[in-house]
Design a protein. Structure first.
Lengths: 259, 326, 418
């Protein structure tokens, strides 16, 4: 009997030590594992001037064409938000690419991750489709592929041509700031925000020039200049997500003038 | 070593050699020398999505369109026409690279390392102006229009590949609108809100009938000019109201009835399942609750009900007994 | 030839039960294949309500399987050895519950073939990752803990006696496994609550007591389900022999636990009524006056907590097997209702992200495919438990494990064990 008791005590001691080691390692890895915001040389941001947006949805269509998006899904949604004077005010809502993105924090397999330049990327090969990121996103920016998108994309080629692979069924997708255009443009020496071939499709196609794109770390970029010279706001600022899409509120004088 | 095994090994080596050489030869056939890019056939190899829309559009048929060919031949095949109706026309040698407005006409010479480098794309009005600055295209009208002043270009409304107007999907339907005015409504939504209630709309007049009226210039069917200043002028009014100029008669409605203009052309995906108020308590819940209360009530009342029933039936049997006894 | 067949297949309640379960399983299997083939578009899930019936089944199965770790902890770590037979049943129910949860998850994730990604690709910040890892590890622990139960299988004892003995011997390590189980379970049961509790975007969920509520409800619900299943089996088959005194004692304990759970839940709801908090107040309104009103007031509160609390703490009703069974079943139902309410209500309240926009609502009703597959998962659990009762003596209080009390002796003299 005593032999058994000693054996049990040993086991319990071993277990306690084992658990302590496990907890300690976990604490260390926790501090090391950085789910923190990126801090690269460039930090991309988008500025949308609500005085100029007419709600025409060209941005939505160009995005669907360039990223081969299912016509039932909209990465960039144009929503109506009130009236200024007698003009309807629109809010085009792409992914905010938050500096502290809830989707990155909650993804169990890190399929959602930060890039150095601030873009929140999706690894569609790693994603298991648990939709936790959809639950966590405060902006409803993610759309799940409930079914396989087969066949032609009606937005192509009138609004653009696809530059990335089509996503499979079972993964959520979202706006990527057209990182493929940014990367390609940078490698050719172009400037995103200035050269159309290096800038997001939605920014390029906007007929009124309501969307601006640029590097926040560059004080001369169109985005930094717009933010410096105008009042701006971000969506759900109180949540502390640090979105990278700024809105210039519609000013009655600057709104579209009657023809 | 076993003789059979040796033979087998030799056979395997030969097999592998044969397979390897064949593989090399076959893969050498693929990826032949890239031809000089610049002609439609080469571009279409990768950019298949443009072939159908471009081929049947005005740009694709610019060189082969029968009306053009007829007129051009009638006028003695002047080289001046070919400057726009072909790609890469060289006036000195009177030769051209390709018929019609092909890819290279707008996208310039392809970089040698395409597709690594993108094709040059000049989105400004000046590129289109190389051919379309003729007065026959209302070039001057466009330059004074508010649209141009505000930084828009031809590609805002026109799809350069199919050389037709862009189609904007109408909310709720799968198809894009056929009515050209849909493009106007897409941006000018406030103006389109009240227009359906006007008598002009009831008579079938749409945006383009007044604002982009075709100004006649001779009777050349190929080169009538839609007024790109977007100003509705007296001439557009006179299309129907000329008789009313000096006398109060009826207007002569000349256009066919257009499709009703939807109030909001924005392609929205607002789900119908979103409501401003939450769903009410389901009636099933109420009925189950009522059922449970009934059950509990029944259980509680059961002894008394039983007693009452027994009392009633005893009373009945007593009465009937009395009656039979009597 | 046919005469033999006829005598073999007799229509007994057991065969009817198996037949019914088999039918539901088959329907569910076909539905499941349809879902894998066509995608999740067959469900009524949407971008606004991405987690529906299957996730609720997953949450509830994990909660109701929590009897395993709590009872094993009680028996092996707190020295309450006499409840060991109940802990056996609880362990088996735990294994069933966790496998049910795994089935529901495989159905639910968009890429079922990538379920192993959580084990290979880590995101230590993610609570769902932590839940997945702990569930996988705990499932392993449960498999080990269930080995002595499987060793009771007659067929195994006859054909592979050595393996049976080996499996029986795992019971040796029961305390060690109990510690592991307690640790892992505490981690993931509370993390399951925290999965909702850290979502800042939805104020209805964003509160620290989520983990406490989930942990508490799991312990209460798991023990209740174990007791209920034990009592039910003893009434349905003679094979399940129970010691009513043990059950009554644990049920009494559950009554006290319910006071604590009721305190937390009621206080959590009451505190939400203080001042208007956008999102949170709307969520509570859904529970109290909206589509979940019946679920919340009647199933969760009245039937799930108050009534069982009274019935289990009041001796005459606790001693009465009918009232005791009813209370235990209602507690388990109440825990399921709590998980359903929390999961769905939080998604039905649409927090606006546009300035000045109002809070909107959406609705969700499971589709037929979801219900059929869900029913199949539940019937799998019921079938597994019934088979366990029939062949593995899962509910058998006469079977006292003495393995861990044995003494190794090398002598040939008889040894008396007191």
């Amino acid at each position: 009997m005593s032999k058994q008791t000693i054996k049990r005590r040993e086991f319990i001691k071993l277990t306690a030590v084992g658990l302590a080691v496990a907890a300690g390692t976990r604490a260390v890895t926790q501090t090391k594992a950085s789910g923190d915001a990126p801090h690269g040389k460039r930090q991309w941001a988008m500025v949308i001037d609500q005085s100029k947006c007419t709600g025409c949805n060209y941005c939505t269509l160009a995005c669907q064409a360039h990223n081969d998006v299912n016509p039932d899904i909209q990465w960039n949604k144009v929503l109506e938000n009130g009236v200024v004077g007698d003009q309807q005010v629109y809010v085009p809502r792409p992914c905010m690419h938050c500096a502290k993105a809830p989707c990155v924090e909650v993804c169990p397999v890190k399929a959602s991750y930060y890039r150095e330049d601030g873009i929140v990327m999706m690894d569609y090969d790693r994603c298991i489709g648990c939709r936790y990121c959809q639950i966590a996103c405060p902006y409803e920016a993610r759309s799940f592929n409930w079914e396989t998108f087969t066949g032609d994309n009606p937005a192509v080629p009138e609004w653009g041509t696809p530059e990335v692979d089509r996503r499979p069924r079972g993964v959520p997708e979202k706006c990527s700031f057209c990182y493929q255009r940014i990367d390609r443009g940078l490698s050719l020496g172009l400037t995103p925000g200035v050269d159309a071939d290096a800038t997001s499709a939605c920014v390029v196609v906007c007929p009124t020039g309501a969307r601006l794109f640029g590097d926040l770390n560059d004080p001369e970029s169109s985005a930094s200049t717009a933010l410096r010279e105008n009042a701006s706001y971000r969506l759900r600022e109180n949540l502390g997500t640090g979105p990278r899409v700024y809105y210039l509120p519609a000013v009655p004088e600057a709104l579209r003038v009657e023809v | 070593m076993n003789v059979k095994l040796e033979r087998l090994l030799i056979a395997l080596i030969f097999a592998l050699l044969a397979a390897g050489v064949t593989l090399m030869v076959v893969s050498a056939q693929e990826g032949a020398n890239a031809t000089a890019l610049g002609f439609t056939q080469d571009c279409a190899v990768c950019h298949t999505e443009f072939t159908t829309t471009w081929q049947s559009g005005a740009h694709g048929t610019a060189g082969s369109d029968p009306i053009f060919v007829n007129e051009w031949t009638k006028q003695g095949k002047p080289g001046a026409c070919l400057v726009c109706h072909t790609t890469g026309y060289d006036p000195a040698t009177a030769t051209y690279k390709a018929e019609g407005v092909t890819c290279e006409a707008c996208h310039g010479p392809a970089p040698t390392d395409h597709p690594k480098s993108p094709m040059p794309v000049n989105r400004t009005t000046d590129l289109c102006g190389q051919c379309h600055s003729d007065t026959r295209f209302g070039w001057q009208d466009w330059k004074v229009s508010t649209h141009y002043q505000r930084g828009m270009d031809c590609a805002t409304c026109h799809d350069p590949h199919s050389a037709s107007l862009k189609k904007v999907p109408v909310s709720g339907t799968e198809n894009a609108a056929d009515d050209v005015s849909q493009l106007c409504i897409n941006c000018h939504q406030e103006n389109s809100m009240d227009f359906p209630y006007t008598s002009h709309h009831q008579k079938g007049v749409s945006c383009v009938d007044c604002h982009v009226n075709h100004l006649e210039d001779g009777d050349r069917t190929a080169h009538t000019v839609p007024d790109h200043s977007f100003n509705a002028n007296l001439e557009s009014c006179n299309t129907c109201h000329s008789l009313q100029m000096h006398s109060p008669t009826e207007a002569t409605g000349a256009t066919e009835a257009s499709a009703p203009i939807p109030a909001n052309a924005t392609a929205e995906l607002r789900l119908s399942s979103i409501t401003p108020e939450p769903d009410a308590v389901s009636p099933v819940g109420f009925s189950v609750l009522a059922g449970m209360i009934g059950l509990a009530g029944g259980m509680v009342l059961a002894p008394w009900l039983e007693r009452w029933h027994r009392h009633l039936s005893k009373h009945d049997t007593e009465e009937s007994n009395e009656q039979t006894n009597h | 030839m046919f005469k033999n067949l006829r005598t073999k297949t007799s229509i007994t309640p057991w065969t009817i039960w198996l037949g019914l379960m088999g039918l539901i399983l088959l329907t569910g299997l076909v539905s499941g294949i349809l879902v894998f083939w066509n995608g999740l578009v067959m469900t009524n899930l949407s971008d606004l309500v991405p987690w529906g019936l299957w996730i609720t089944i997953d949450l509830s199965s994990i909660a109701l399987g929590a009897g395993a770790f709590s009872l094993c902890a009680g028996v092996y770590l707190f020295g309450l050895k006499r409840y060991q037979p109940i802990a056996r049943t609880a362990t088996f129910i735990g294994l069933i519950g966790y496998t049910m949860a795994t089935l529901a998850l495989i159905l639910d994730i968009g890429k079922p073939e990538r379920f192993w990604h959580s084990v290979v690709y880590w995101n230590t910040h993610s609570l769902l990752w932590e839940v997945t890892m702990c569930v996988i590890l705990y499932l392993t622990v449960l498999v080990f803990e269930t080995m002595p139960i499987i060793a009771n299988l007659e067929w195994l004892r006859k054909r592979l006696p050595k393996i049976a003995a080996l499996m029986e011997g795992v019971h040796h390590y029961a305390p060690f496994l109990a510690i592991l189980g307690l640790g892992l379970s505490s981690l993931h049961q509370s993390s399951l609550g925290a999965t909702y509790g850290v979502i800042k975007a939805r104020p209805f969920w964003f509160k620290p007591e989520m983990s406490v509520l989930f942990m508490f409800s799991a312990i209460v619900g798991g023990i209740s389900l174990t007791l209920f299943a034990t009592m039910l089996s003893s009434r349905l088959t003679k094979r399940a022999k129970i010691n009513d005194v043990l059950i009554e004692r644990v049920a009494h304990f559950v009554g006290y636990l319910l006071i604590g759970y009721f305190y937390f839940r009621a206080w959590d709801a009451l505190a939400t009524t203080y001042t208007y908090d956008p999102g949170r107040s709307e969520g509570l309104r859904l529970l109290t006056k909206g589509p979940f009103a019946f679920n919340f007031w009647i199933v969760e509160m009245l039937l799930g907590m108050i009534m069982p609390m009274i019935l289990l703490l009041y001796k005459p009703t606790r001693m009465n097997p009918f009232w005791r069974m009813l209370s235990l079943m209602l507690v388990a139902l109440g825990v399921v209702a709590f998980r359903w309410d929390t999961n769905i209500a939080g998604q039905l309240v649409l927090m606006p992200y546009l300035p000045g926009a109002a809070i909107a609502y959406t609705s969700y009703r499971p589709s037929l495919i979801e219900i059929l597959t869900g029913a199949a998962i539940i019937s799998y659990g019921l079938t597994a438990f019934s088979l366990g009762v029939k062949y593995l003596r899962v509910v058998d209080h006469t079977l006292v494990e003495t393995a861990h009390e044995t003494v190794h002796v090398n002598s040939t003299e008889p040894v008396t064990i007191s």
